[in-house]
Ligand binder design. Sequence first.
Ligand code: GDP
Length: 215
Amino acid sequence: MERASPRLLKLVILGDSGVGKTSCLERFVNRRFSLQYKATIGADFLTKELEIDASGFAPESVAGSTPEDAAGSHSDDGSPQQSEQLQWVCLQIWDTAGQERFQSLGSAFYRGADGCALVFDLSNSDSLTNAESWLEEFLLQAAPPVPSAFPFVLLGNKVDLMRSRGAACEHIRERALAWCATHHRIQFFETSALENIGIDQAMTALARGALHYHE
Ligand code: GDP
């Protein structure tokens, strides 16, 4: 039997320069990490096709959740999901090419987005504060029809640095959790592009959220 063509979803990735947006995407799409600083990807977006289980998205219950919680294996009441709903999707993921320094991404970047990944650096408190501004900027520019239900994920990147910078990072992490708890549509993931932690879970959860947003 022929497989139906994939559902196209446009996702955007936003956050301060240097937090690791391109590195997370490189890890997710191309399965690699480079320590060289910001080679622009030379394209507006990257694409990745994958099959996701669309059955496990519960926006009301996931604020501040761990990646394990958000992986979609349990329903609202905690019981295992009875049936998977596999859906083939083509993610078109738009990254910035450094213009975020000037907050001038242009309307094409935001237009028609189905989901948004906000990234901050767990070792940089300002980058978390600015993630909140990026969310407001997104809502202003993309103007989604139902802002309160729009799918966002928050990636606290560079979690590998927590080993060396423990207490400072921990404080920033607590702030991120508190912020997500007040914005129920946001799922929080600790990630490391360097060590390949949490990125697949975060992007898959976002794709799942984008599918449900359109239902
Ligand atoms: P962008 O400007 O947000 O796209 O950030 P980049 O992806 O260009 O990354 C900025 C810098 O952070 C680069 O030097 C990366 O190597 C580094 N970086 C990215 N992700 C991680 C991570 O998970 N851990 C660590 N330790 N460094 C990272």
